[in-house]
Design a protein around this ligand. Structure first.
Ligand code: SF4
Ligand code: SF4
Length: 260
């Protein structure tokens, strides 16, 4: 990428487009961004899009239809680096909040009855990594603008976005917060990937896990602790699944008694 601007594509699969909007909302930096990278495809921001070889593809949303899947495979095939942006792309996010129940077809029927869909190939929501190799992740629901810009800067200079391998609790300690769990407030910071500087807890608001599960999240310990604090199984599971997606469902599945 040294002599020419990196060719970049920004894409959205099924999702709310909040991550792409966050990028567009980089009002003070967007010109610098377009100056530092050759943005070849970004349908929310420009109309002259070119779908060819990319150095970097940023992909938002989950794989929720066959069309999503073929689009993702095509992007992967022609991109050197693929970065999942946002909760849905990185872990399934809120879209797969009921993944633990494994009854997607029944749930669809409960909500929509026998409605004939215009998108007949809808399927259970999955993160990108369930289908293709993902080189890096920018988590969050939505992503943080500063984190995105830092990630772009790192990638342009031949590096990868920072992968936070420790939980929000670590940042919470750096910020000298009193632990909310000790006050009986259900916080799922121990299960959640850091990188937000524990912003919610700094304002006395419990973490709800919007950055998705941290690697090696100790779900068993958090589950036991919240049960001891008299929270119901259902409440604990619902909190963990609010943003935890398919990855949190896998962790909970291995936990005896956590299923409702
Ligand atoms: S308040 Fe939440 S994030 Fe902070 S140390 Fe306690 S459990 Fe962890
Ligand atoms: S503290 Fe938790 S809910 Fe708040 S921004 Fe950080 S990860 Fe998200």
């Amino acid at each position: 990428m040294a002599n020419q601007l990196p060719r970049v594509g920004i894409y959205g699969l099924t999702g709310c487009a909040g991550d792409q909007l966050t990028i567009i909302n980089c009002e003070d930096e967007i010109l610098a961004l377009f100056g530092a990278a050759d943005i070849r495809s970004f349908v929310m921001a420009k109309s002259d899009n070119t779908e060819d070889e990319m150095d970097v593809a940023f992909v938002e949303g989950s794989v929720s239809t066959e069309e999503d899947l073929s689009m993702l495979k095509d992007i992967r095939k022609r991109s050197k680096i693929l970065i999942a942006i946002g909760g849905c792309a990185s872990c399934g996010g809120p879209q797969s909040g009921r993944a633990l129940e494994k009854n997607w077809k029944d749930r669809i029927k409960q909500v929509y009855g026998n409605t004939k869909f215009e998108i007949p190939d809808a399927k259970e929501h999955q993160p990108l990594s369930a289908h293709v190799k993902v080189d890096g992740v920018i988590p969050g629901c939505p992503i943080d603008k500063g984190e995105f810009l830092r990630a772009v800067s790192r990638i342009v200079n031949g590096d990868m976005p920072i992968a936070y391998k420790y939980p929000v609790c670590v940042e919470c300690k750096y910020n000298e917060n009193e632990c909310l769990l000790l006050k009986g407030i259900p916080c799922i910071g121990p299960l959640t990937a850091a990188g937000c500087d524990s912003v919610c807890v700094n304002h006395n608001i419990p973490c709800v896990g919007c950055r998705g599960p941290v690697i090696e999240a100790n779900v068993a310990s958090e589950y036991k602790l919240l049960l001891e604090k008299k929270f119901s199984k259902e409440d604990i599971v619902n909190r963990a699944m609010m943003f935890g997606g398919v990855k949190m469902a896998e962790l909970l599945e291995n936990l005896k008694g956590a299923k409702k």
